[in-house]
Structure formats: C-alpha cells, structure tokens
Design a protein around this ligand. Structure first.
Ligand SMILES: Cc1cc2nc3c(=O)[nH]c(=O)nc-3n(C[C@H](O)[C@H](O)[C@H](O)COP(=O)(O)O)c2cc1C
Length: 236
C-alpha cells in the first residue's frame, strides 16, 4: 500500500513538472508587453552622449532601480569567441567608462588580445537600454591603487584569494586562501595585487534606446568623429 502511494505521488509530481514546463514554454512564446516610455527626441537629447548618459543614469538612480550601475561587458577571445558577463561600472572619467576586475581572468586575457568591447545597460523599469562600443585600456596603477584602497577589507582579501576564472576543485580551496591572506595581511594595509585593477572604456559609439508603444521604439545613436559626435536616429 505504501509503495503504491509513493508511486502515485511520483507520477503526480512528474505530471506537475511537465505541465509547469509547458506553461513556461507557452509563457515565453506568448508573453507580450507593450512599452509606454516617453519619447526620446533629437530636440530633447544632449549633444554629447556622455552628458545624455549622465541624465539617464541619474534618472535610473532616482528611480531606485537595483544596481543601475550593473552593465554587461562583452569581450572577444583570440579565436573570435565573444563572451559576456555583468560587472559594475564604477565611474566615468575623461568620457570613459570605468570597471575593475582581475587582469588574469578570462575577460582580462581577451582584452589583452583584443581591446574592442561592447557594454550594455538595461534599465527595465524605465524601458531603456544603452549600448556602448569602445576601446579599452588599463587604468593607471595609481588610479587602481586609489580605488583598491577604498574597498572594504574583505573585498581586498578576495582580490588576493580569487584567481578569477580558474577552476577550483572545491569551495574550501578558496576559503582556505581567504584564511591564508587574512592572516598574512593581519594588522597591515593591504596592497593592491598587480593582477587586479581598473579598465577604462573609451566609447566610439553610444546608442540610447527608449521603449515606445507598438514596438515603434526610439533609438538615437552617437558616433565618435574625433572631437565631435555625429547623432542619428535608427529604425527600431
Ligand atoms: C551584479 C554583478 C556584478 C558584478 N561585478 C563585477 C565586477 O565589478 N568585477 C568583476 O570582475 N566581476 C564582477 N561580477 C562577476 C562577473 O560577472 C564574472 O563572473 C567575473 O568577472 C568573471 O568573468 P570572466 O571569467 O569572464 O573574466 C559581477 C557579477 C554580477 C552578477
């Protein structure tokens, strides 16, 4: 009797999972959401895309979005394989977007071979996307030192302990390294590891996308012409 009940329960659960996975498939193929965003006009945008970015970024911060400074960074490996991950944008300096990472990570290796990157900010609640293409350079050692010095101690230890993107056999391996570096740097100012620092992305193209009703979205793109920017509107 008990075995029969268990078998019945298993069957019931399998059917439930199948129904649910069909629901998800239907959801994905049928979900539609219209956009209601206010227009993005040639007349209202700033002539300079960095200024325009600052306006939108401030609006994203004021809208209290979760991590408005999170952006995707796409790099391309030596054999042409693109790879995307989220990192935090930590500032805009001299019209360049700044992020910090491990120079020996997969992205660091990609960037050594190919300094072309693509960044993307998605602010869903505001129905906005900003796409950036640009060229990356390492930040100066002094700049990276200054930022590293401001990080919480745990994050500084993490930068030493994590050989970012390398394979770990167990989580304990990482935790043991944290214990090791915590002890090593006990009572001293933690120096920046040379494998960790900033990158600055100089944009060559920046596109502002605003969701609009009936898929007739607004897209304004700025292309760098040296000292100036050319502004155009793209089809949605
Ligand atoms: C919200 C969020 C923020 C992140 N911020 C950073 C960051 O600022 N720097 C960084 O190196 N990795 C950051 N990561 C982790 C990266 O997405 C990625 O896992 C890591 O950099 C290794 O990437 P790689 O192996 O392609 O080099 C963040 C991940 C998330 C989800």
């Amino acid at each position: 009797m008990l075995i029969k009940t268990i078998n019945f329960l298993t069957l019931f659960l399998v059917i439930l999972v199948l129904i649910m996975s069909d629901d998800v498939k239907n959801y994905l193929s049928e979900v539609r959401r219209d956009f209601s965003g206010k227009p993005l006009n040639e007349e209202s945008v700033d002539e300079n895309p960095i200024e325009q970015f600052n306006v939108w970024f401030e609006e994203a911060v004021n809208a209290q979005l979760l991590d408005p400074y999170a952006m995707s960074v796409t790099t391309v490996s030596a054999n042409g394989q693109p790879s995307t991950r989220i990192v935090y944008m930590r500032g805009i300096v001299d019209e360049s977007f700044v992020f910090y990472t491990n120079y020996s990570s997969d992205k660091g290796k990609d960037l050594e071979q190919n300094n072309k990157v693509a960044l993307n900010f998605f602010w869903g609640e505001l129905e906005r996307q900003v796409r950036i293409e640009g060229l990356v350079e390492k930040m100066s050692a002094e700049g990276s030192d200054a930022y590293f010095a401001k990080r919480p101690r745990e994050s500084q230890i993490g930068a030493w302990a994590s050989d970012q993107s390398s394979e770990l056999l167990t989580r304990k391996e990482l935790e043991d390294k944290v214990v090791y570096f915590t002890e090593k740097f006990k009572d001293v100012v933690i120096p920046r590891p040379s494998h960790w620092g900033g990158y600055v992305v100089k944009p060559v193209k920046i596109e502002f996308w605003q969701g609009r009703p009936s898929r007739l979205h607004d897209r304004i793109v700025y292309t760098n012409l040296g000292d100036d920017w050319k502004q155009s509107r793209l089809s949605p």
